[in-house]
Design a protein around this ligand. Structure first.
Ligand code: MG
Length: 345
């Protein structure tokens, strides 16, 4: 008897676009596994990512505002979920593989350091091998996470490729160009959905944080995209669905220009703003001092032979250890290591 998965795979063949990545055509996993009777390979990858520890840690990692006390600010986890939802809406309407899109989106930021891009910059400067969060996301799913006593989640080639390239495709799409590399369309959808999510919610959080008022937002993008986050997301999602054709993911030019303008505004006015920058300097110091300390005195976590890639240098293991930390974990550790504790008795 045919399994439910096989029937589902046939439905993909009938329903999805000729440019979609079918699960039956996956290039497979590093270590071959038996297929599941109910779930396609991409559905299994999605489940593995959701059940990983790295995924749960996203809830305490910075998006823009460091370890925010306010309950309504985005964190890496809520950012990830917003990207997932946007990407699925686009993939479904373009008849791309929604499960593959979802798995890539869920995994795309797993390699983010504590304190957002500030942490990434410091590790990139200090580490002899450099640091890039997309490559780190791939290392998380390939090596750093463990599953059933084995290193890595053993994901499919397509999900791994989508995760490691997630930050490259967007630049082409935002310029209205076609990528030179042969990216899968599901990965490109995640790449542009990441931008749609962060330009909307970072502007919204900046208003929440009193960094700007709604009337400070540049006029043209607000006119084209809308005022509220929901209107903005809606317009941009529509812009991608209606701008894409055949094997090209594009955005309607008017909407694309408005997105670029809003994005430029965030990079010029919000991210470098004094209130954020002064906390970032402190966060950079925390990451940098933790790094220097652990290279000299490797902690038990790293000394354990099960940690990371056994062929890596101590420096690289320290990078992997720090990159995995949440904001709170890094701050508590810093306090414990470098600040005197008050006498308790
Ligand atoms: Mg992201």
């Amino acid at each position: 008897m045919r399994t439910f998965r096989e029937i589902y795979e046939d439905r993909e063949k009938e329903w999805l676009s000729p440019y979609a990545c079918l699960s039956i055509n996956s290039k497979g996993r590093l270590y071959p596994e038996e297929q599941d009777p109910y779930r396609t390979c991409f559905q299994r990858d999605r489940d593995r990512i959701i059940h990983s520890k790295a995924f749960r840690r996203l809830k305490r990692k910075t998006q823009v505002f460091l370890a925010p006390v306010g309950d309504h600010y985005r964190t890496r986890l809520t950012h990830t979920l917003e990207v997932v939802q946007i990407a699925r809406s686009i993939a479904r309407a373009l008849r791309l593989n929604e499960d593959l899109t979802e798995a890539i989106a869920l995994g795309h930021d797993l390699g983010h350091t504590p304190f957002g891009h500030a942490g990434e910059r410091v590790l990139n400067k200090l580490s002899p091998n450099g640091f890039n969060h997309a490559q780190q996301s791939l290392k998380v799913v390939d090596i750093l996470e463990t599953r059933q006593g084995r290193k890595g989640l053993n994901l499919t080639y397509e999900v791994r490729e989508g995760i490691s390239h997630h930050s490259q495709g967007k630049h082409y799409i935002l310029r209205g160009e076609t990528p030179k590399e042969n990216f899968c369309l599901e990965g490109l959808v995640v790449s542009i959905s990441d931008v749609i999510a962060y330009i909307t919610h970072d502007a919204d959080d900046a208003i929440r944080a009193n960094l700007i008022r709604i009337k400070d937002l540049p006029r043209n993008p607000v006119k084209i995209l809308g005022k509220s986050p929901s209107e903005q997301i809606n317009t941009m999602v529509r812009g991608v669905i209606e701008g894409s054709q055949g094997n090209m993911i594009q955005i309607l030019p008017e909407i694309r220009n408005a997105m670029n303008e809003l994005r430029d505004f965030l990079f010029e006015k919000i991210y470098p703003s004094e209130q954020i920058a002064k906390e970032i300097i402190k966060a950079e110091r925390v990451v940098s001092e933790l790094y220097q300390h652990f290279v000299k005195f490797p902690p038990d976590e790293i000394a354990n032979k099960d940690f990371g890639d056994p062929n890596d240098t101590i420096e690289q293991k320290v990078v992997d250890f720090i990159a995995g930390m949440t904001d709170e974990y890094a701050l508590t550790l810093y306090q414990k290591l470098f600040l005197p504790s008050p006498w308790q008795i």
